[in-house]
Design a protein around this ligand. Structure first.
Ligand code: ADP
Ligand code: MG
Length: 255
């Protein structure tokens, strides 16, 4: 059998903050259309890893490639344009309607540009309509369809947090980085979000990197798991392999 080349490659990435090695030679790959979970205790370096992948943090050494293109020294907007979208751990939008927030997500893809839109040139108007139609589809795909025109301030916490996911999808990414997408959600909201992520992979063939503390969700969604502790990879494998790993149990349970 032939194996498709990885969509995302993280090779030997090291990040240092004054006196602290937040990532220490971390490597993993993400196969096209797969879900790769990145887990580990608080402070393990998971969000820092996302910051490197999205260009917000420059590693001391190591390299990242997306679909074969080296990203390591590119600015965040260039990396986003190449197809890497992310959500943030603690950011939940409170302003505007769902549609407003998703159109903001489409903004990076606008060809006509701001001036043409502001002048209401015919080409820009058509493009705007196409973006709105796609934003509506993405709302449907993420379970936000019924709330498309609602102010996000009126939505449940779970729906509001899912607006972030939908906004990231508006970039039409090849790789989606989800930083604790179900944190703070109740059981029903978690289950709904898990369904959405599974559908994204099945329907859009999207590759997902998932940072999540909810082990049930990780076990259910992930094809592969990388476990970080103090910036180092302490285990890697299928969810079942990782769950039995003595090092992982030690890191989590402190035994
Ligand atoms: P996780 O997401 O796994 O909980 P983080 O990546 O947020 O962990 O943090 C990893 C380590 O790096 C922690 O010790 C954290 O305090 C530190 N850290 C993260 N960002 C910065 C920063 N900008 N400056 C200094 N230290 C940081
Ligand atoms: Mg984090």
């Amino acid at each position: 059998t032939t194996t498709a080349p990885p969509e995302l490659t993280v090779r030997d990435v090291t990040v240092r903050f004054a006196g602290l090695t937040a990532l220490d030679g971390v490597s993993f790959t993400v196969a096209p259309g797969s879900v790769h979970a990145l887990i580990g205790p608080n402070g393990a370096g998971k969000s820092t890893c996302f910051n490197v992948l999205s260009g917000l943090c420059r590693p001391a050494s190591g390299a990242v490639t997306l679909g074969g293109t080296e990203l390591t020294r590119l600015a965040p907007h260039r990396i986003a344009a190449l197809g890497m979208a992310r959500t943030f751990q603690n950011i939940v939008t409170t302003q505007g309607t769902v549609a407003d927030n998703l159109m903001l997500g489409r903004h990076a893809l606008t060809r006509a540009g701001f001036t043409a839109s502001a002048l209401r040139l015919p080409g820009a108007r058509r493009e705007q309509r196409e973006h709105l139609a796609r934003a509506r589809e993405i709302a449907e795909l993420t379970g936000l369809g019924p709330h498309f025109d609602s102010p996000v301030g009126l939505l449940s916490y779970g729906d509001r947090k899912r607006v972030e996911l939908a906004r990231a999808l508006c970039l039409e990414p090849r790789v989606l980085l989800l930083d604790e997408p179900v944190a703070g959600m109740n059981a029903a909201e978690r289950a709904r979000t898990a369904e959405v992520v599974a559908e994204l992979r099945a329907e859009l063939g999207l590759s997902v990197v998932l940072v999540e503390h909810d082990m049930g969700l990780v076990m259910r969604l992930a094809d592969e798991v990388t476990v970080l502790d103090f910036g180092r990879t302490i285990a890697h494998g299928t969810p079942d392999e990782v769950r039995r790993d003595p090092e992982v149990l030690r890191a989590y349970l402190g035994t």
